[in-house]
Design a binder for this molecule. Structure first.
Ligand code: PGA
Length: 250
């Protein structure tokens, strides 16, 4: 595992964008596993800029997103499809048909989860999977529980996640109660994991994920078993790791 400690959000985003760009340069038709949330937005902005300046092409890149709210139309301004369009895809030369997000409106959600797993398998799994981390240690919408769940599945969001995400909705009541999420299986099948994290409020989750026991109560702790994890964080998010003596670069 390699850990980059950066001064702040901007530097963290630049480092993450460089790692993603390197993957696209190395393999122009790579499969990128992508994440929503506020943390990756800076990296998406940087990659979009490099694309527009002609330094980087996404023409052949394929993408698979981690999750989607159940019951939101792709055009709903809080759906993750919409988020990806506005924050990333609309600014790139990527082909829409090469970008994949679970269909939150599928009549049969379980069938949609199976289809999504099959799709990711047929793409050969992600070359690089970008991840954020929740305050409760979730990755994608794999919430703390009594077991790690391998396949893409429908989840009931925890109160803590609903509360955290309510900042994007008119009120907590408007936050969907369920989502579809890539399971631990597809995440762990990615050849490389890139986790991005920013802010003191994530320091404990990061500490639990990488210094605590491997336990489904902290879903991100499974990443301790992945052979190629890169963690990029700002000082505030990584300080508990550093204080625990974990060595970092940067
Ligand atoms: P955030 O979300 O980037 O908005 O903090 C991360 C997550 O919940 O996975």
């Amino acid at each position: 595992m390699r850990i980059y400690q950066e001064a702040d959000y901007e530097a963290m985003s630049l480092r993450a964008a460089r790692i993603m760009a390197a993957e696209v340069v190395r393999k122009p038709d790579c499969v990128l596993g992508l994440a929503t949330g506020s943390t990756p937005v800076g990296a998406y902005r940087q990659l979009s800029q490099w694309n527009q300046e002609g330094h980087l092409s996404f023409r052949e890149v394929r993408t698979v997103n981690l999750d989607e709210y159940k019951g939101l139309e792709p055009t709903h301004d809080q759906s993750y499809r919409y988020f990806m369009q506005v924050n990333f895809f609309d600014h790139l030369d990527i082909l829409r048909e090469n970008t994949h997000v679970p269909n939150g409106m599928a009549a049969d959600a379980d069938a949609e989860c199976k289809r999504y797993d099959e799709l990711i398998r047929s793409l050969g799994y992600a070359d690089l999977q970008l991840l954020g981390i929740g305050h409760n240690g979730h990755i994608g919408f794999n919430e703390p529980g009594s077991a790690f769940v391998a396949p893409t599945h429908v989840v009931d969001l925890t109160e803590r996640t609903i509360e955290a995400n309510s900042r994007f909705f008119a009120s907590a009541d408007d936050v969907p109660r369920q989502a579809m999420t890539m399971g631990i299986g597809c995440i762990m099948a990615a050849r490389r994991i890139l986790m991005v994290v920013s802010g003191e409020d994530k320091a404990q989750a990061i500490y639990d994920a990488f210094c605590g026991p491997i336990d489904p109560k902290c879903p991100a702790s499974i990443l301790q078993l992945h052979p190629d994890v890169v963690l990029v964080g700002d000082k505030a998010a990584l300080h508990k790791l550093v204080e625990a003596g974990v060595s970092v670069c940067g």
